[in-house]
Design a binder for this molecule. Sequence first.
Ligand code: NAP
Ligand code: G4F
Length: 323
Amino acid sequence: MTKSALITGITGQDGAYLAKLLLDKGYKVHGLVARRSSDSRWRLREMGVEADIVYLDGDMADACSVQRAVIKSAPDEVYNLAAQSFVAASWDQPVTTGIVDGLGVTHLLEAIRQFSPHTRFYQASTSEMFGLIQAEQQDENTPFYPRSPYGVAKLYGHWITVNYRESFNLHASSGILFNHESPLRGIEFVTRKVTDAAARIKQGKQQELALGNIDAKRDWGFAGDYVEAMWLMLQQDKPDDFVVATGVTTTVREMCRIAFDHVGLNYRDYVKIDPAFFRPAEVEVLLGNPAKAQRVLGWKPKTDLDTLIRMMMDADMKRVAKE
Ligand code: NAP
Ligand code: G4F
């Protein structure tokens, strides 16, 4: 029997990779899409899946539309990827971030509880919940200490998922994913900002690159690998929480070196530090321990940072050349 999936945030980076993965597995894929005045489906076109998706209008802030999407899609699996996901913006829009990334999760869980309790649920939780880290390497037992309105809202989303699992016996799992990137990453995130700028500088279309805290360290993986972990979580008999990471952490500075090196440039000649890109409270370092995901799900990252950055650089070099 064909399985039905509902993906919120289908127009985002992970939504596009996950939609492709599920379509390739034979799922009927529904996507909750918020009303936008400009085109938001470009990533789905890039993945070649735009025409294969059933689009349902809705917004995570609007409980009625979320409920309608659950009823219409009659999903076997729901993947809640929708979010205001840019940490820096969460200080400018703390209330929206709280509603969409926090309360929005309850809208979805309530709809599932009332209308479709057999549905399996995935929550897109984040390593930002670890924030001011309480252990050198973070795993499922590390205490949380969020450092931004985004991290705080996501922590609510995480705990309400755990709570609905324990209160109502829902098959609800939370994936605590560390940073993952791809050529489809939003341009505001540091990896894409760097690869796009390196491509422009190489092609004479930009002179310099302004960044904030380049000593920050992140555990970066490839989005295409990480959506497989999401799917695997919902194939388990028991719902649970899983850290998904590479187990390697790297500075933004080193990430710049890799990107600029790839096009024969020295990042030191172009990167300028601009206080405007520093955050009110920083997450200095993240390093995940994916041992449980490996043991229980059989999941391992396939793509190292060098390969990932080269993939992004190649895509940006081609895109910038066409502009
Ligand atoms: P993304 O590219 O920013 O995509 C976010 C998606 O959410 C977009 O489709 C966006 O729609 C949608 N959205 C935003 N506000 C909405 C609303 N009010 N109602 C309905 N949809 C809304 O994010 P991503 O990188 O794919 O990440 C996917 C999820 O994983 C997010 O929840 C993020 O917080 C979480 N996460 C990401 C990472 C990472 O490193 N990428 C790590 C851990 C957790 P529009 O396209 O119309 O704006
Ligand atoms: O690329 P970033 O903006 O990602 P951040 O804040 O780590 O958040 C991403 O990963 C989270 C998982 O840990 C997700 F939950 C979240 O949704 C998002 O996908 O920044 C990475 C680091 C930060 O320390 C930031 O301060 O890079 C530093 N940085 C330095 N200069 C910069 C810049 N970040 C951005 N975006 N722009 C800069 O100019």
